[in-house]
Design a protein around this ligand. Sequence first.
Ligand SMILES: [Zn+2]
Ligand SMILES: [Zn+2]
Length: 352
Amino acid sequence: MRAVVKPSNGKVELVDIAVPEPGPGEIIVKTSLCTVCGSDMHFLDEFPNEMLSAAFPGCLIAEGLPMGHEGVGTVHAVGDGVTRLKPGDRVIGSCLVGCGKCHECMTVDHSSCSGGGSVLFGCQAEYYKVRFAELNTAKVPDGVSDDQALFATDIMSTGLGAIERAKAGTGDSVAVFAQGPLGLCVTAGARARGCGLIIAVDAVPERLEMSKKFGANVVINPKDEDPVARIMALTDMQGVDVAVEAVGTQTTFEAAARSVRRGGVVSSIGVYGLTPMLQMPTIVPSFLHRTIVTTLCPSGRDRMEHLLRLIEFGTIDLTPLYTHRMKLADAPAAYDLFRSKAEGVLKIAITP
Ligand SMILES: [Zn+2]
Ligand SMILES: [Zn+2]
């Protein structure tokens, strides 16, 4: 089968490798749709394969790092002990794989697994493996398309998680820093949860246009004006109830901390990559008297089933995020396009 692999930093290539075999508790999925995500860019451009191998034991194959963790497909083969799934079922797998047995899986979330969980590497291929499949796979309802279902594997969960974990709800004011695919999911989630004033911040005009479609009431381009000053002016100089950091930079984290009212919440979901340290403002407006919450990606079957329900019954439609469609053979070009942020690119639907 063909698979997208990273042999070394900054480089992806298509290789021919054997279709994986399912071990106990595992399934093999035949891919119908996959995509490139911001996290893929961190894996590709920042973290050397040796570092990833230390963090996620067993993630490498001889050719390098199998890329991709957001995919949809049909079950191709099941391993011993898998009873809930059968060949032909249309499924999605969580981008983060939990074991379901460790302390963190049982008490917090599968995304913090310490019992052998990992990232679901390898979706950008004709077939991919899901470990602990009963726990980490959800069947896709007939009324949900592949295009829609794909979002429930990662960015929809993370984006909505930012709002849920901050307990933002009816009438709350929310500022979302960065409107890439993930930030746009936050904006859509804030709207779905009934937030009152939703402010979207990004330097790319096309992304701000999209954020209006997803429910933002006010958009701010930091190239034109100071986002913190504008947010303060919009909130009677009090700050918003919740500010979400959705890209992973010092600048946006600091702006989020300065935009939140006393007693409010800074919700951080951006991936900071190799940024070694974050600084927090201590001079008013500061992080003092604020709560800071972080969310990776709430994962697992139950979580994905909840998200699929939001999609199936029309609460959220994220499909406008697809700006491009490409074939798996063109994956290296897809990475170049995604990295460039050119052509208004948000999500690239990749089919085998
Ligand atoms: Zn992702
Ligand atoms: Zn676990």
